[in-house]
Design a protein around this ligand. Sequence first.
Ligand code: ZN
Length: 86
Amino acid sequence: MEPPFDINDIADFAYVTKRKLKDKNGDMRGEVFLWRRKGEAEFNYKLKCPYCEVEQESSIILERRPYRVRCSNCDMSIMIEKLSKK
Ligand SMILES: [Zn+2]
């Protein structure tokens, strides 16, 4: 999946993340980009659902962690986990 924005503009973002997403068997079938521009309340996301593999883009207000988005196709709730430390 291609990034939905020009990464050169990173200074304009208050929050940017990219995660691989596991399906219920632990296979990395999905991916999500989640970002919020400075001065905006809504997060935007581009998602490839790990359960149904449908790609979609939307925006959402996220107030508390862990952040979750819902697939508009299969209605699964998808948690965007914190990056694990290595
Ligand atoms: Zn889905």
